[in-house]
Design a protein around this ligand. Structure first.
Ligand SMILES: [Zn+2]
Length: 284
């Protein structure tokens, strides 16, 4: 069992650096969500740490400290990460990629609080080199706050840690389709493991899925019509595809395009991403 340490920024402190207003409450919610969503999955256990645990508590296989930035100026916004090792940098980069953050990013390690964060330093000292601090957004900015305090924002920050570590996998995403697939086919999603659509969500694979569905229901479900079953699978796959494109594919493409074209060509980059979005989304 690998251990993921999740530090809830400022939690347990009543004096000293107690965090921005609302920050402790948020980091505790993030910790609880991390435990609920990731503990016991795919060989990982989650251990929650408050702000000032004993040194030995920093021993684990991965470490993330959740915080939210605060600023006297409500127009200041942004999320950021801090790391002190190559493994921490890679972990943080993967988290950023999976987070789906709609706001802006500050550069990594842009403050000394980030680059020298005591929790990361202590974890690394205890041998846990895959460590970083996540400022999930700026809690004093209304737009950032709306995202990071919503259930969806909490889940996004936590699931991004899971995805970055392989605790949440594509297989899990497919498991989420079990309630749709199982009633109409009479088979668990596991029965679909070896067919094309299990690893390829694209709607172009509908003919292959139809063949598979026909075979699955042959004999066992004479009362089921393959066309009707397919229509429901089709809808589920299109929804999943659209979600995957908007949540993963387009943000990744946008990052690459912006990187290639440079900051001065943001409009051009937007136009390309918009065009790609139209072509990639499955037709209704
Ligand atoms: Zn903080």
């Amino acid at each position: 069992m690998a251990t993921l340490l999740v530090q809830m920024g400022h939690a347990g402190r009543t004096a000293g650096a107690t965090g921005a207003p609302g920050e402790q409450e948020l980091t505790v919610r993030l910790g609880q969500a991390a435990y609920a969503r990731l503990h016991g999955r795919n060989g990982w256990s989650v251990v929650l740490l408050k702000a000032d645990p004993p040194t030995s508590a920093y021993r684990g296989d991965a470490f993330v400290a959740f915080h939210a930035d605060g600023n006297n100026n409500p127009t200041v916004a942004g999320a950021s990460v801090g790391h002190q090792t190559a493994q921490g940098r890679d972990f943080a980069a993967a988290w950023k990629q999976h987070y789906g953050w709609p706001g802006t990013w500050h550069p990594d390690n842009y403050t000394t609080n980030l680059s020298g964060y005591y929790g990361v330093r202590e974890a690394v000292r205890q041998g846990c080199r895959r460590s970083f601090i996540a400022e999930v957004g700026t809690i004093t900015n209304p737009a950032d706050r709306a995202f990071i305090t919503a259930e969806e924002g909490i889940a996004a920050a936590v699931d991004a840690v899971g995805a970055a570590l392989g605790i949440i996998t594509q297989e899990d995403d497919m498991q989420a389709m079990e309630p749709v697939i199982s009633p109409i086919t009479g088979k668990s999603i596991g029965a679909f493991k070896d067919v094309t659509f299990y690893t390829n969500l694209y709607a172009n694979d509908i003919p292959a899925i139809k063949a598979m569905v026909t075979e699955l229901i042959a004999g066992a479900h004479d009362d089921l019509d393959a066309e009707a079953v397919l229509a429901r699978v089709d809808a589920a796959v299109r929804e999943a595809t659209a979600a995957a494109i908007d949540g993963t594919v387009l943000p990744a493409l946008r990052a690459v395009i912006e990187n290639v074209l440079g900051e001065d060509n943001a409009e051009q980059a937007d136009a390309i991403v918009t065009e790609l979005a139209e072509r990639l989304r499955p037709a209704a």
